[in-house]
Ligand binder design. Structure first.
Ligand code: NAP
Ligand code: GLV
Length: 309
């Protein structure tokens, strides 16, 4: 029973050690040392290998090392009928909850302006609202969006959310679908994006959407860079319509040295670290799904390829 591991960013040594503990019978192989392709039954992947999955004729599971699966669904060829799973893990959720809280408070408490003033040795107070005076709009109310929304609510922000299907969440006013998007945007002082990247959401954060936010709003994108039209975002920051943007993700990663985002005004960039997969809990999750498949059961957290997430 062999698994092929392929990732640009996750450390195979760590994952190998965790699988050795939790599933010692697993033959853990690391791309490109695949051995005999017909022996590979499970693929654990982040990014570069998606187009090679057809090489494994006996594949029984494609497990994404990320919650987002756009990297897999973008592949030109995928084997038919092999189940694909997303990465859904309490540690991943905790990481995102912390990142969203951190940067929502960072925007609320005007930290970027204080940092700029510190560089000028400027010791003055700014007017700072309380959380209950600024509404957060959460785009995407899935595993990460809902957890982050509820943490924001917990520390006093009024929170509204937007999703594809209708939701009913405690203390969070929920908006649904394209028909309710404008009403949702008009109320979002801080817009947090935790949508998956799909054909429907690609480029959704463009100038038209941004102008529907209240003047002075902030954008926090912890999802995927391609949800945002970056030139439109820079323009909205330049014009002062948006007061700040926090991007953990960008269309091109790593962000090239000459990308205009680096020089844009009022922007904070983190290098796709909002929440990273944890090998300890992750290996246990994947092992559980492998066992389910061996028992003839459906694995948890299946991707719906038609919906794209
Ligand atoms: P999820 O559970 O699949 O939730 C996705 C949410 O988006 C759902 O509420 C879904 O609506 C909504 N949605 C999808 N398409 C939509 C559309 N066209 N219009 C309106 N709402 C739509 O995903 P998740 O686990 O929360 O993860 C969200 C994303 O975060 C991932 O796809 C990934 O790209 C990103 N991420 C980033 C990092 C990082 O470090 N930066 C880490 C982890 C994940 P329904 O509820 O109606 O289905
Ligand atoms: C990270 O970006 C993920 O999708 O888990």
């Amino acid at each position: 029973m062999a698994l092929i591991f392929c990732s640009r960013t996750d450390d195979p040594k760590e994952w190998r050690a965790e699988f050795a503990e939790v599933m010692p019978e697993l033959d853990f192989r690391v791309w490109p040392d695949i051995g005999r392709p017909e022996e590979i039954e499970f693929a654990l992947v982040w990014d570069p290998m998606a187009n090679r999955l057809l090489d494994f004729p006996n594949l029984r599971l494609i497990a994404s090392l990320g919650a987002g699966v756009d990297h897999l669904l973008a592949a030109t060829t995928l084997p038919d009928g092999v189940p694909m799973t997303r990465f859904v893990d309490d540690n991943l959720t905790q990481g995102m909850r912390e990142w969203v809280l951190l940067y929502s408070l960072y925007c609320l408490r005007r930290v970027p302006e204080y940092l700029a003033r510190q560089r000028e040795q400027d010791w003055h107070r700014l007017d700072v609202p309380f959380a209950y005076q600024r509404r957060v709009g959460m785009m995407g109310l899935g595993i990460l969006g809902e957890a982050s929304a509820s943490a924001l609510r917990h520390i006093g922000f009024p929170v509204i959310g937007w999703s594809r299907g209708k939701k009913d969440l405690p203390e969070i006013e929920c908006f649904t679908g394209a028909g309710e998007l404008d009403d949702f945007l008009a109320l979002s002082d801080i817009l947090v994006c935790l949508l998956p990247l799909t054909p429907e959401t690609e480029g959704i954060i463009d100038s038209e959407l941004l102008t529907k936010l209240p003047r002075g709003a902030c954008l926090i994108n912890g999802a995927r860079g391609s949800l945002v039209v970056e030139a439109d975002l820079i323009q909205a920051l330049e014009s002062g319509h948006l007061s700040h943007a926090v991007l953990d993700v960008t269309r091109k990663e790593p962000l090239p040295a000459d990308d205009p985002l680096w020089q844009a005004r009022n922007i904070t960039i983190t290098p796709h670290v909002a929440s990273v997969t944890n090998a300890k809990s992750g290996a246990r999750l994947i092992a559980k799904n492998i066992r389910r498949i061996q028992a003839g059961e459906t694995p948890h957290h299946l991707v719906d390829p038609k919906a794209g997430y």
